[in-house]
Design a protein. Structure first.
Length: 364
């Protein structure tokens, strides 16, 4: 349990320390890690609301960010977190005088309209980078473009983005590079005959939401936490493929600058000759998922939720590929490790990073 909120958002101890010595182990940190500005802004707004509205119930529409430590902290402060899969429950669980908080990812437009009509006290923590995505795709949709989104179809940010344009145009969500490659082949070689006959379905790994589908003009954007280099490659691939059939793909790079910078510094860390990298963050954190994929391509990497994953004898790890937890023996993993890297997602509190460093050092 975190005693002071400042432990979440600030770390004077780690500031400027990129190499920490713990006995025989050297722990390496990237130049930039942990909370981004958007996360800090969202958490401060919620913390301020909790501190100044002690006698009013607070309902959060989904997780404030994708980190279990942070969400547990606010639950312990009395915030009612309504699951992302049942946001409509807010209308039965909350009274009109209660405070409703919109999380950093935003919420679907139809829910937001109803919330703003029904409740008077609303705290909106939606990240400005997410709003940039909405502005771009909304403008393009109203100009007749079909929207292409590179992101996870079920992620709340993507769901919020889809909701803002699906009334006006078709939306195609490309969840990974292979799906984007397949869609590019459609642009180049023609679309399957049955596409216009379908409603919402998954095909070739592609998520389709059809509404008067047009195949001449497209607008490409992305979930803000995707891999920057991969996003640029997909954008170029789509544009080149579209040219073959005199189609147009308007692209807007909406990977947030903080995510881009963290990925760049993570690349630099991964290129060091390390024995092991710990990637720490929520399992459902998109940016942490991508940091893990990046790290494992360079060196043996372990994905953990937080510092509590390091037990006395075992380490609880997460398999991103199998979507399940598993255990490794702590002594066997760490006994030959002398140079350990640490990557933390943009939603990972500094307090967790502190504790993890100390626990790694206890093995000396």
């Amino acid at each position: 349990m975190i005693n002071k909120f400042e432990n979440f958002v600030e770390s004077k101890l780690l500031r400027g320390n990129k190499e920490i010595i713990k006995g025989e182990i050297k722990i390496y940190l990237p130049e930039v890690f942990g909370f981004c500005g958007g996360v800090i802004s969202a958490l401060k707004k919620l913390e301020n609301t909790v501190n100044h509205c002690e006698d009013i119930k607070i309902h959060l529409l989904g997780k404030i960010i994708h980190n279990p430590t942070v969400n547990e902290y606010f639950m312990n402060r009395g915030v009612n977190i309504i699951s992302e899969t049942r946001l409509e429950d807010v209308f039965t669980e909350a009274s009109p005088k209660d405070i409703i908080v919109i999380p950093a990812f935003g919420i679907p437009l139809e829910i937001e309209y109803k919330v703003r009509k029904h409740f008077h006290n609303i705290v909106d923590t939606t990240c400005k980078n997410v709003r940039e995505v909405w502005d771009f795709i909304s403008t393009q949709a109203l100009q007749g473009a079909a929207v292409l989104l590179y992101g996870k179809p079920k992620h709340p940010e993507v769901q919020a983005s889809i909701s803002r344009v699906k009334k006006y145009t078709s939306v195609v969500v490309l969840p990974d590079f292979e799906a984007a490659r397949k869609f590019s082949s459609f642009l180049k070689n023609g679309f399957p005959a049955d596409i216009k006959m379908c409603g919402e379905f998954d095909s070739h790994g592609i998520h389709w939401i059809m509404n008067n589908f047009k195949t001449q003009k497209f607008a490409f954007a992305n979930q803000t936490t995707m891999l920057y280099d991969e996003t640029l490659e997909i954008a170029d691939m789509l544009k080149e493929a579209a040219k073959k059939n005199d189609m147009n793909v308007e692209c807007c790079n909406t990977v947030c600058k903080a995510t881009c910078l963290r990925q760049k510094k993570a690349y630099e860390l991964c290129k060091k000759k390390l024995d092991l990298i710990f990637v720490v963050g929520g399992y459902d954190s998109s940016n942490t998922n991508h940091l893990y994929k990046l790290a494992e391509s360079y060196v043996k990497s372990i994905y953990i939720k937080d510092d509590t994953a390091l037990g006395d004898e075992k380490i609880k790890c997460y398999s991103l590929h199998n979507n399940e937890e598993y255990y490794v023996k702590k002594e066997e993993l760490l006994k030959k490790c002398r140079k350990i890297g640490l990557l933390a997602g943009a939603s990972c509190p500094f307090s967790v990073i502190h504790k993890l460093i100390n626990k790694i050092g206890e093995n000396n």
